[in-house]
Design a protein around this ligand. Sequence first.
Ligand SMILES: Nc1nc2c(ncn2[C@@H]2O[C@H](COP(=O)(O)OP(=O)(O)OP(=O)(O)O)[C@@H](O)[C@H]2O)c(=O)[nH]1
Ligand SMILES: [Mg+2]
Length: 358
Amino acid sequence: MSKPHAIKVIRLTPPGRGAVAALRVEGPGAMAVVQARFQSCGGKPLSEHESDRLVFGHFNGEEVVVRRLEKDAVELHCHGGTAAVEMIEESLASAGCRSVGWREWAFDHCGDRAEADALAAMADARTERTAAILLDQYNGALEREMDAINELIERGKFDAARRRIDALLARAELGRHLVRPWSVVLAGRTNVGKSSTLNALAGYARAIVHHEPGTTRDAVTLATAVDGWPVEFCDTGGLRQGADGVEQAGIELAGERLARADLVVLISDRSLSWTDEDDNLIEKWPDAVVVHNKSDLPTGRGDRPAGVSISALRGEGITSLLEMISRRLVPDPPPPGAAVPLTDEKVEAVQRLTRTIK
Ligand SMILES: Nc1nc2c(ncn2[C@@H]2O[C@H](COP(=O)(O)OP(=O)(O)OP(=O)(O)O)[C@@H](O)[C@H]2O)c(=O)[nH]1
Ligand SMILES: [Mg+2]
């Protein structure tokens, strides 16, 4: 007789509402434990059904579809939501079965750590584009590329190996952001239209916009995707000299956000002349994307640095701004199937390859 606690129960579908939930029961004796609680509609015991056949019936009175998989594994499909799933889990637990989280279960079934990392990351992917890159890594894209580089090194083709190592390292930043969104902070002097730009980027009114300078005192964030890349936009209070109280606290918060930003979008009011204060901001963030807002109004006097012209009010130039942001975040998007190092460990492994080149 097999020990029931060696039987694992794994929830395959995420918690919450859903039409159907799926559970997997596996381990020595799994089929017998399920069979003891399951009545098929046709009355035939589960063990007499061919494997992979879908069998409709009742599990402790709850409607389920059961599928015998390979030896000692059964899949149960029940109504979505929590009630049916919990009842089945409790019933199996009372028979000594052990509930196991899907991550733990999947890790046991993965060939190696890289595969497991990619699988876990896929569950956290926010966009199809990032999920596709993670799926390539799950399917071994990075391992194949590292093997190919090793082979080049063994054959003494060092220049070719170095080029491919550099291409991999150039994708390290992308790899880190596949599950962690890029932080893009909108900054600039007060009243230039930062909140209006965030609203235009979001496509709906989210931040409070007002003609009085100093309207935004808090950091408002917006999680979205730009060209399939997960991005968190952050609107900040205007950077104004001589502000005090709550507004000053907002400026300090903006400073913290700016320090951690992956990209700064520096917004100015095109209808006003370019000032020394604008110059100071550019000097502080030389890599910022420069935006000249209020293009619907007559242009202010004097020279301005190159940048993207937009009218946040009319939604003009927003597509160009989004294209520019996407290019700045991922200048060289990987082609389908390309290798991308996902973790610091993988980046280090790629760097170690460089050291093996004489
Ligand atoms: N004509 C015109 N007005 C704009 C445009 N964008 C914003 N405004 C106006 O400029 C004023 C300030 O806009 P906000 O978006 O609140 O500016 P902000 O930079 O967030 O301001 P603070 O949060 O106070 O620093 C409002 O009256 C907006 O309606 C634009 O493209 N064209
Ligand atoms: Mg604002």
